[in-house]
Design a protein around this ligand. Structure first.
Ligand code: PHE
Ligand code: ZN
Ligand code: ZN
Ligand code: CA
Length: 475
């Protein structure tokens, strides 16, 4: 299908200038500001888990319909937020179970930071504290990250494990199915299993020396909020054990299960001495009333703190640098706003899917001689030590040659009267899935330049260059 050919020139009057928001993003050596993860939203997720259990025989257990309903619902929320998700199935003695894996498709894929929670309940109840709370907290943190505009240096991945209650089966299946090269990329796994216990404790664990640093970061975070913690050896009783067995750094938090709160703990944490942290542990009363929302609120903010900070941790990644996206309307969802160039290029046409949302920039695809372009001005801060332009592109073409360039899109930087082409993609780079490209903008630090995409086609056989989710970031 061909687009209507509309030609134009790059506008010069209506250039938008991006400014660096002071304090936003993480410059080199700058602490990341911790987010406030919404306990209202997390509670709404728990209400959803309760509704799913109620509609499915009172539980969300492996092999029961409430489990798959939970998994599908979590996956749909993550899909809508722009995550790349997978439903990974595996078999158990109680029937098929599923892991939901969600990856934020930015950041260095060689340095993966993971957080996870088991999504299954026991058969006796809806599993709201165990482990609706961990699931809701990890889910809400993932959704908040997607909405934040943070540009991750590292790759963030979230796991919602099936069949934990049958012996940590989902997390074990996941790590066993990871090729060894992929295992080596996972730098940290954070686990959250029971974080809203009605008579809460504030426990941190790591269970392996590699996780000491992350555990200490959790402890320091709680200390900064005047919350005392206790270190606990949970002896591999949750999904971090599978990661630990591969030598991956692990850490987590826990508000307590069947154990009894001591009077010393009640003094520092409040609640009831001599009673279980969770009297409804693995019982039918682990329902929507079996919660301490103060505990949940504090714990999910700790998850957010860890994710925001570890997303930017220096594991030796070089791209993309950290920081706020300097481009406006970078995913084109506001249509032509902030962009100048050929009219009609930014489109929500359903014949070429957007990478995220519904709008994207579709250059060329006309099958006749012509050019199209799109541009936006950006001020690259003088203090930048790294600066990158990243974009996602899919290219489909009616050209069949494997050797001759006929149609191209150039990624250019216009600096005053000088135009530099950073990269050229052509009909030889056909790919109907989106591929991320990262280009260096550091030579333009201290300058206001225009980023331009310039498409060019010859007289026949269309090539469509579809670009989405563009980011200019610095650190
Ligand atoms: N994994 C346990 C369960 O789901 C709970 C637990 C979590 C116990 C963390 C110890 C530490 O039943
Ligand atoms: Zn349990
Ligand atoms: Zn649990
Ligand atoms: Ca888009």
């Amino acid at each position: 299908m061909l687009k209507s050919p509309l030609y134009g020139v790059l506008g010069t009057a209506l250039v938008a200038t991006a400014v660096l928001v002071p304090g936003a993003g993480a410059g080199a050596g700058t602490a990341v500001v911790s987010p406030d993860i919404s306990v209202t939203n997390a509670k709404a997720h728990l209400d959803q888990f309760q509704s799913i259990a109620t509609a499915n025989g009172g539980n969300r257990a492996t092999g029961r319909p409430g489990y798959l309903a939970s998994a599908n619902w979590v996956k749909s929320k993550l899909d809508a937020a722009g995550y790349t998700t997978a439903l990974q199935s595996f078999s158990t003695s109680s029937g098929t179970s599923y892991n939901v894996i969600a990856e934020w498709p930015y950041g260095d894929a060689n340095n993966v930071v993971m957080a996870g929670a088991h999504l299954d309940s026991v058969t006796s109840g809806p599993g709201i504290n165990d482990n609706g709370t961990g699931s809701a907290g990890v889910l809400e943190t993932a959704l908040a990250y997607a909405a934040s505009g943070q540009v991750a240096k590292n790759r963030l991945r979230f796991g919602f494990w099936g069949a934990e209650e049958l012996g940590l089966l989902g997390s074990k299946y996941y790590v066993n199915s990871l090729p060894s090269a992929e295992r080596a990329k996972v730098k940290l796994y954070l686990n959250f299993d029971m974080i809203g216990s009605p008579n809460p404790g504030y426990f941190v664990y790591n269970d392996n020396p590699a996780g000491n640093g992350a555990r200490d970061d959790l402890t320091s975070y709680f200390t900064s909020k005047s919350i005392q913690t206790e270190y606990v050896d949970v002896q591999g009783r949750s999904d971090h054990a599978a990661f630990r067995s591969l030598g991956i750094a692990t850490a987590g938090t826990f508000s307590g299960a069947e154990g009894t709160k001591t009077s010393a703990q009640a003094t520092k944490w409040g609640g009831t001495a001599g009673a279980a942290y969770d009297p409804c542990y693995h019982r039918s009363c682990d329902n929507i009333n079996n919660l301490n929302l103060t505990s949940l609120d504090r714990q999910i903010d700790a998850i957010g703190h860890m994710i925001w900070n570890y997303a930017q941790k220096d594991y030796g990644s070089t791209e993309p640098p950290t920081g706020t996206n300097l481009l406006k309307n970078p995913g084109f969802e506001s249509g032509a706003v902030n962009w100048t160039g050929t009219s009609g290029v930014i489109t929500n046409s359903s014949s070429k899917p957007a990478r995220t949302g519904s709008y994207k920039a579709w250059l060329q695809g006309n099958g006749i001689t012509g050019t199209e372009n799109l541009g936006q001005s950006v001020a690259v801060p003088a203090a930048a030590t790294a600066a990158a332009l990243s974009l996602w592109i899919r290219i489909d073409s009616a050209e069949t040659t494997t050797s001759t360039v006929y149609d191209t899109v150039k990624v250019q930087v216009i600096d005053g009267t000088t135009t530099t082409t950073l990269a050229t993609y052509s009909n030889l780079n056909k790919s109907t899935s989106y591929v991320q490209k990262t280009l260096n903008l550091l030579p333009y630090k201290g300058k206001t330049v225009t980023i331009r995409f310039l498409g060019q086609e010859d007289s026949s056989l269309q090539t469509s260059f579809v670009i989405d989710d563009v980011a200019a970031t610095t650190s």
